[in-house]
Design a protein. Structure first.
Length: 206
């Protein structure tokens, strides 16, 4: 991949490879409906799901795609290729490439792949993130309890996610909650979520 590819809208591309759905694999793949884009984004593990939820909840992110491109290079043992887990676009136009891998599951081949990906991102002017386990408080605050293929069953959390796109930039509104309270010292309570949900609904009706 050359630096000229940095202008490609990778946040809108389809995955370059299919997801692994084999029974007994233990990765728990699925699809996350992203409020940021209004479409599904794939994940291959619950850890990836946590991080795509975090990207979806980040007020600076305006686009997300999974498995956005192949990166090919000549390694010590011949030709190698790697598809990063996610590409995200910030509102300022810059890009973020994310590889999700738990710290205790990184092998030598992964170290090489992440290093090459980081070099590519430096060339393209993108940020590269190799992320592992997500902070449990952040995860609790951004991850509504979801049923398969449906909306969050909790009505207050459902309200928050429904109004997210339209209320995110309202002064003092949901954007401030996303930026600050999602990273507070403990998970938001149902009463807090309820107040925020009712407040955002009132703002949208004005």
């Amino acid at each position: 991949m050359s630096s000229s590819c940095s202008a490609v809208r990778f946040e809108e591309v389809r995955p370059v490879r299919s997801f692994r759905w084999s029974p007994g694999l233990g990765h728990y793949p699925g699809w996350w409906w992203a409020a940021t884009t209004g479409r599904h984004v794939g994940y291959e593990s619950w850890l990836e799901r946590d991080h795509v939820q975090a990207l979806d909840f980040d007020q600076e992110i305006v686009g997300i795609a999974s498995q956005p491109f192949w990166l090919r290079w000549e390694g010590e043992r011949g030709q190698r290729r790697h598809a990063p887990d996610y590409f995200a676009r910030r509102a300022d136009g810059s890009g973020v490439v994310v590889d999700v891998r738990a710290d205790d599951r990184i092998e030598d081949k992964d170290v090489e792949a992440f290093a090459v990906t980081a070099q590519l991102c430096d060339l393209a002017g993108w940020e590269f993130r190799r992320v592992g386990e997500i902070d449990p408080v952040l995860r609790a605050n951004i991850s509504p309890k979801r049923t398969s293929g449906g909306e969050p069953p909790d009505p207050f959390r459902r309200t928050l996610w429904r109004v997210r796109a339209s209320a995110a930039d309202h002064p003092g509104g949901l954007a401030r909650f996303r930026h600050r309270d999602a990273r507070c010292s403990r998970p938001a309570s149902h009463s807090t979520l309820g107040r925020l949900g009712r407040r955002q609904t009132r703002l949208l009706r004005r």
